[in-house]
Design a protein. Sequence first.
Length: 688
Amino acid sequence: MLAGNAVPAPPRAPESADLVYLWARLSAVEWRVRRAVEARRATDPAPDDPYRGLYLTPEAVQAVLAAPRQPPLQAPLPDPELDALAALVPHPGPRLTALARDFGLDPVDVEFLLVAMAPDVDARFERLYGYLNDDVTRRRATVGLALRLCGVPVAGPGRFRFTATSPLVAGGLLEVHDPGAPALSRALRPPDRVVAHLLGDDAPDPAVAGLARLVPRDDAPVAELPGPLGAGLRAGVTPVHLRAAGGDAELGEVAALPAAGWGAVVLDVAALADREHPELAAVVREARLRGAGVVLGPLEPLVPERVRLLRELVALAGDLPVVLHSGGHWDPRWTARPVLSVPVGSPLPAQRAAWWTRALGGEPAFLPDLAGYRLGPGEVDRAVAVAADLATVEGRPVGLDHVRAGVRAQNGAGLDRLARRIVPAVGWDDVVLPAQTRQQLAELVVRARHRERVLGEWRMRPGGGRGRGVVALFAGESGTGKTMSAEVVAAEIGMDLYVVDLSTVVDKYVGETEKNLERIFTEAAGVHGVLLFDEADAVFGKRSEVRSAHDRHANVESAYLLQRVESFDGIAVLTTNLRSNVDEAFTRRIDVIADFPVPDAEQRLALWDRCLGPAAPRSDDLDLAFCAERFELAGGSIRSCAVTAAYLAAAADRPVTMADVVTSVRQEYRKLGRLLLESEFGPWHAPR
């Protein structure tokens, strides 16, 4: 040690105590380097060495040693003073000691790490290491140099502290370069993220930022965390798999991981599945640096095709808390380590309300209208972020319509390939229905909004693998408003409507129809929408007596649907033109049955008025009361007639006249195969 080059120690303010401790530990490294340089200078080659210039001269080395130090290192401190300095660092102590504890490093491993990172905090070490390596191009510590500087015999077991399974290398704290070189000549380099962490920077590794989101830990003790995850953490059980009966995309138990004293590195399953070789080692290292657990789920996009990623993650995590979640059962073959799989229920309404309140920054007046959404905490945050952007664009505060649009924005496109997606654009004022039918639709809305409380919290549908879905049957003749009413219901609860195309479902090959339906139900569980099976009796028809193989397979299909509807967790609407065509076993599993009768004269008058709308110009001779009284048409036919009449008026560049309406009715009658009776058309019977 060259005492003349010592500088006063920097002020040990509490806010910089962590860095002061790090500088003190690096000072010991500099002291060892200086001693090694002095020993090397004593045996340096003669000045007339023909290869001089490929390495530093003794004079150049002396100039490096005398240069100002950055950071300001000082004379090595004895252990008692180091301990006193560490005590000045607020809980949980110096980052260096916390890193050693979390990564399972021995004291000699810490010294190796400090030797390797010295050039990253003081450029002088680059030239000094080049001098000691007898190669000015090799400015990193090598395995052999690190062993010599730390006083570890190069022929002893210490050299195995740099193998792939050692804590330093396996934990991602140290990279060993030049694998083709002899073992002692391989260069050591700590990743930039590790150096930045020790210097006080908490910015995540860029490789991790695209794969996961980071949830900081809070101060709640593990004992306060209820449920199976809390019990597992308290007992040190890891990994834990949570099987969500409700199929939630993100579980309340997963969101509660920070409350157990751990942060959470929540992996993005879609990003993970898209990458051929994701940086899982960087993810695990980030989790250890932050004192966090790793959360992964739902697992369905990864298994079984990408199960190797799951196996790799669990192997890298070691004793780090790993929480996996999915809607299905755990397969023990997915990982080499045993995994505790426990079933968990959906979060209670009060917990979901708390997520909304936190994300919205308060308890809005429309909070009860959000009770029907089955979103996890991450989805709630994203929905509110979209709602806030929409409100900013419109220049008004966040309202219920903004939040509902934000929720719909969370729907994936998987179901769009199997069903037609409709963003509701109608409301109660756009449909004309009998009072009883309206009451049945209102009951469906109530069930959709409060199913979590009644079926979940109050356990009104326990056991048997029953889901928490709501299934309704709309029965009535064609054109009586069944599909539009389903759209109204979807609009009232703030969801999209997905109309299943039966041509993509029914298949002539045995078992294919069930597979198609399973894909639809599986995708529907991951979206916030109303599933509409139009003309449902095509797939939900009655079972028959088995007289042939065709009957047997048809009954198997119906039996599968019976089980699948009962375990469905979403909202489904079945429509049929003839209620008696639907199997009685399906009827028993249906929550709401709404009948759609042919409208009477009063309802037809309202339908004529609404279908023509307020924007279309009307002639003075237009007699809608006559049309409602004489023409017994369903709402769909009335709408078709109104549109045809509007086209006739537009072609003639005049308001809609009674003649246009009567002409459109004649065309509709011909489409329906009905006779044109004089008693119905009266003075308008003569053809035009």
